[in-house]
Design a protein around this ligand. Structure first.
Ligand SMILES: Cc1cc2nc3c(=O)[nH]c(=O)nc-3n(C[C@H](O)[C@H](O)[C@H](O)COP(=O)(O)O)c2cc1C
Length: 204
């Protein structure tokens, strides 16, 4: 155990300081090649699986879509949109088809949900979301960028099935990953105090 910890710290040396990475992460304006390489991806996944996980259910899954498979995912998204909204103009379907091409790597972050379990499914989804966020921050710390999308496809049974997920599983995000492009992102952040209240006892 000790040895593993030492190795992990060693591997982390060239990454950004953790607090700086958390505070400076932002969605890039655009994404270009290169995608995180295999070594970077492995470290991002190591960050993901370090997320808090009630009951150690390991509910998170990350499905990588890259290269030509992105065109196939685009076709799945387009057909799912057409099925949801039969009267939708072709131009919007074409736009949907292009979405996976916005980044060299798309990681579909999902939660494999156990419905009849003492750990509520909402907590399984929270753990998977925490894993996804850990991965996004790790990507940023390593010099890559990513943006998180959901929308109707994340809840569409056709999309889940095409990705090998069960209808009962939850897609928590399409994580678009690559190298930041298009200039610095906007850092639009609320004041830290805005999320903070101090409780001094029950309201009377
Ligand atoms: C679960 C989840 C789903 C999201 N889905 C979308 C989405 O479908 N479309 C979108 O424009 N932003 C979506 N966002 C928000 C963006 O990823 C991003 O956080 C937001 O635009 C603020 O930019 P920032 O990442 O630079 O703070 C989602 C965020 C989360 C956590």
């Amino acid at each position: 155990m000790k040895r593993r910890l030492r190795v992990n710290l060693q591997e982390s040396r060239d990454a950004m300081d953790a607090l700086e990475a958390l505070i400076t992460r932002a969605s890039p304006r655009g994404l270009a090649e290169p995608a995180p390489d295999d070594a970077a991806l492995r470290r991002m996944l190591a960050a993901a699986v370090a997320a808090p996980d009630h009951g150690r259910l390991r509910p998170w899954r990350f499905i990588a879509v890259r290269g030509d498979a992105r065109h196939q995912l685009g076709e799945v998204l387009a057909q799912a949109l057409r099925a949801r909204e039969p009267a939708i103009p072709d131009i919007l379907v074409a736009k949907e088809r292009e979405k996976p091409l916005r980044a060299p790597l798309v990681l579909v972050a999902a939660a494999k949900l156990l419905a009849e379990h003492k750990i509520p499914t909402v907590e399984q989804i929270i753990a998977s979301g925490a894993a996804a966020q850990n991965l996004m921050v790790a990507a940023h710390a390593l010099g890559y960028g990513g943006f998180w999308r959901t929308g109707a496809p994340a809840y569409d049974a056709r999309v889940k099935s095409a990705l090998g997920l069960a209808e009962s599983d939850q897609i928590v995000g399409f994580l678009y990953l690559g190298t930041p492009a298009g200039g610095p992102p906007t850092l639009d952040r609320p004041a830290p105090e805005s999320c903070f209240v101090e409780w001094r006892g029950p309201a009377v």
